[in-house]
Design a protein around this ligand. Structure first.
Ligand SMILES: Cc1cc2nc3c(=O)[nH]c(=O)nc-3n(C[C@H](O)[C@H](O)[C@H](O)COP(=O)(O)OP(=O)(O)OC[C@H]3O[C@@H](n4cnc5c(N)ncnc54)[C@H](O)[C@@H]3O)c2cc1C
Length: 470
C-alpha cells in the first residue's frame, strides 16, 4: 500500500480526483488483454501534463515505487500487469492531437490519443499514418510506440518505429528529454528516439510524440485468394514478393480461423478451403491494376481455387474488418485464448505453419493460425481453459516449442506484441546472454532503482515461463 504521507504528495501533484486507491479502482487495472496474468496495483494515477508526470516519477524514484505506464491495456504480453504492485499511470487526460503540420508532413500528439482517431484526423487532410494494429479502435499511440506495433499495412509501409520522428520522454529521475523532431534527417548522437521505441515502459514515460505522415494513396483494391493447399498459399506469398510486388496487405488465415471468423462476421467467407490470402494494393489506379493482375496470376499458378476482387469499398472494408476480428472471433470458442506472434522470414512460412500444426497435434492442444503472411508474422492462437491445469501445461510446452522452432528458422519470439512479463523467460533464447547483458546495462543506466515497469522484458527465471497472480 502507498503510505499516507506519499499518498498526500501524489494528491498534491494530480489532485484528489486523479488519484485512485479504492479496491475496485485498483482491481480494474490489475490485468490487461493477456490471459492468466493478474496483479493488483497500489494506486492508479492520472497526470494531466508532462510536469505532473515528471513530479510523479521523482516521487516514485525517491521512494522506490514501481510505475506501470498504461495506454488502453490491449497488449498481449502482460506488459501492463503490475507484477510488483506500485502505481499504474494513465494518460486519459493526455489524449490530444497537438498539431498536424502539412508542410513538414508530421503530426504531434500526446500518448493517450487513440490510434484510429489519429488516422482519421490526418486522413481528413489527405494524409496517411499507416501503422494499423488490429486493436487500433482502442489502442493508444503511447502503447503503439512502446510495443513498436505493426498491422495489416506493415509489409509495405513498415511499423510504428518507421513513423516516429521525435519524442518527449520523462526519465525515471523526473528529467524531461526531447529526442529527434520534425526532421527527415538527424544523426546527432545516439538514436535515443529508437531506444524508447519498443521499450515497453521500462526506460521512461513518453509524454509527446511527433510522427511522420505520408500522402494518402490515391486508390486501393482488395482481393481474396482461396487455396485447398496451405503450402501453395505460402508459396504464393513468397512468389509475389519475389516478383517485386510489395502489396499493402498480405494476410493469411487457416481453415479453422476462417470458419470462426465467418461464423462471427457473417459476410459470406468460404469455409471449405484450407487457406485464404487477403491481399491489398494501393497507389495510382494504373499501378494498383497492374500489381493486382500479377498477384492474381501468381495465385492462379499455385492452383488457387478462386481469386475474387472486392467490387466496392464496403465489400473490401468488410473483408479487412473480418480479418481484424480474428482474435475476438476465436475468443468465442473457449474460456481462454492465448495469441502468440512467432515470426519467421517469409520464405519459411510454410515450414512454420506445418511445424505449428505438428506441435499442436503432439501436445493435443487446439491451435489456429492467422497473421501477416507478407512479413512472416504469424499468430498461432490457442483456445483453451486456464482452469484445466494439465491442458495449460501442454499449452505452455507447445508454445515453448513453437518459439524454439521460430528461432531455428531464423525468426523471433515476437514480431509485434512485445515481451512483457509473458515472454520474458524466452528473450534470452533470441538475444543470448550478451544481448540481455547489454539491455540490462541500458536499463541500469537510465533506471538504477528499477521503478519503470519492473519484471517486464527481464525474467527472474529465464528457464521457464512464469504465471503470476496475486
Ligand atoms: C484484439 C487485439 C488485436 C491486436 N492486434 C494487434 C496488431 O495487429 N498488431 C500489434 O502490433 N499489436 C496488436 N495487439 C496488441 C496491442 O493492441 C498493441 O500492443 C498496442 O500497441 C497496445 O496499445 P495500448 O494503448 O493498449 O497499450 P498498453 O497495452 O496499455 O501498453 C503497452 C505497453 O506500452 C507501455 N506504455 C503505454 N503508454 C506508455 C507511455 N506513455 N510511456 C511509456 N510506456 C507506455 C506499457 O507500459 C506497456 O508496456 C492487439 C491486441 C488485441 C487485444
Amino acid at each position: 500500500m502507498i503510505a499516507p504521507d506519499i499518498k498526500r504528495e501524489f494528491i498534491n501533484i494530480v489532485g484528489e480526483e486523479n488519484f485512485e486507491d479504492s479496491e475496485v479502482g485498483r482491481l480494474v487495472y490489475s490485468y490487461d488483454a493477456t490471459p492468466n496474468f493478474q496483479s493488483i496495483p497500489d494506486a492508479v494515477v492520472s497526470p494531466r501534463n508532462t510536469e505532473e508526470v515528471s513530479k510523479i516519477l521523482q516521487l516514485c524514484n525517491e521512494n522506490k515505487i514501481p510505475i506501470v505506464p498504461r495506454g488502453s491495456g490491449t497488449n498481449l504480453c502482460a506488459g501492463t500487469c503490475p507484477v510488483e504492485g506500485g502505481i499504474v499511470l494513465l494518460f486519459k487526460h493526455m489524449n490530444k492531437i497537438l498539431e498536424i503540420d502539412e508542410e513538414n508532413l508530421t503530426v504531434t500528439c500526446q500518448p493517450g490519443v487513440i490510434t484510429l482517431d489519429l488516422i482519421h484526423a490526418v486522413e481528413q487532410k489527405g494524409l496517411f499514418y499507416p501503422p494499423d494494429p488490429s486493436s487500433m479502435k482502442i489502442s493508444t499511440i503511447g502503447g503503439n510506440i512502446n510495443e513498436n506495433s505493426g498491422g495489416l499495412r506493415g509489409l509495405k509501409y513498415g511499423v510504428t518505429r518507421d513513423y516516429v520522428l521525435g519524442l518527449e520522454a520523462v526519465l525515471p529521475n523526473g528529467e524531461i528529454v526531447r529526442t529527434g523532431g520534425k526532421l527527415a534527417k538527424d544523426v546527432a548522437g545516439y538514436d535515443l528516439t529508437r531506444l524508447f521505441i519498443g521499450s515497453e515502459g521500462t526506460l521512461g514515460v513518453i509524454t509527446e510524440a511527433t510522427l511522420k505522415l505520408i500522402p494518402l494513396p490515391e486508390s486501393k483494391k482488395t482481393m481474396l485468394a482461396l487455396f485447398q493447399d496451405l503450402e501453395a498459399a505460402a508459396r504464393s506469398v513468397s512468389k509475389i514478393i519475389a516478383n517485386k510486388v510489395i502489396p499493402a496487405t498480405l494476410e493469411f488465415l487457416d481453415q479453422p480461423t476462417l470458419k470462426v471468423v465467418e461464423d462471427y462476421s457473417q459476410i459470406g467467407l468460404p469455409t471449405d478451403v484450407q487457406a485464404v490470402l487477403l491481399i491489398e494494393q494501393d497507389g495510382t489506379p494504373e499501378n494498383v491494376s497492374k500489381d493486382m493482375k500479377v498477384m492474381e496470376e501468381i495465385c492462379r499458378s499455385e492452383n488457387a481455387v478462386s481469386v475474387q476482387i472486392a467490387q466496392s469499398e464496403e465489400e473490401a472494408e468488410a473483408l479487412r474488418t473480418a480479418r481484424r476480428t480474428a482474435l475476438s472471433a476465436l475468443a468465442r470458442l473457449a474460456p481462454t485464448t492465448i495469441l502468440e506472434d512467432a515470426t519467421v522470414p517469409r520464405s519459411e512460412i510454410a515450414k512454420m505453419v506445418k511445424a505449428i500444426n505438428e506441435i499442436a497435434a503432439k501436445h493435443n492442444v487446439k491451435i489456429c493460425t492467422f497473421g501477416h503472411a507478407g512479413d512472416g508474422n504469424l499468430h498461432p492462437t490457442c483456445t483453451t481453459d486456464i482452469r484445466k491445469k494439465d491442458e495449460m501445461e501442454r499449452v505452455e510446452k507447445a508454445f515453448a516449442e513453437i518459439f524454439a522452432k521460430a528461432i531455428e528458422l531464423g525468426g523471433t519470439i515476437t514480431g509485434e506484441h512485445g515481451v512483457g512479463a509473458m515472454k520474458a523467460p524466452y528473450l534470452e533464447w533470441k538475444l543470448g546472454k550478451s544481448g540481455i547483458d547489454v539491455m540490462k546495462s541500458i536499463k541500469a543506466a537510465l533506471d538504477p532503482n528499477n521503478i519503470m515497469n519492473p519484471r517486464k522484458l527481464f525474467a527472474k527465471d529465464t528457464r521457464k515461463r512464469v504465471v503470476i497472480s496475486k
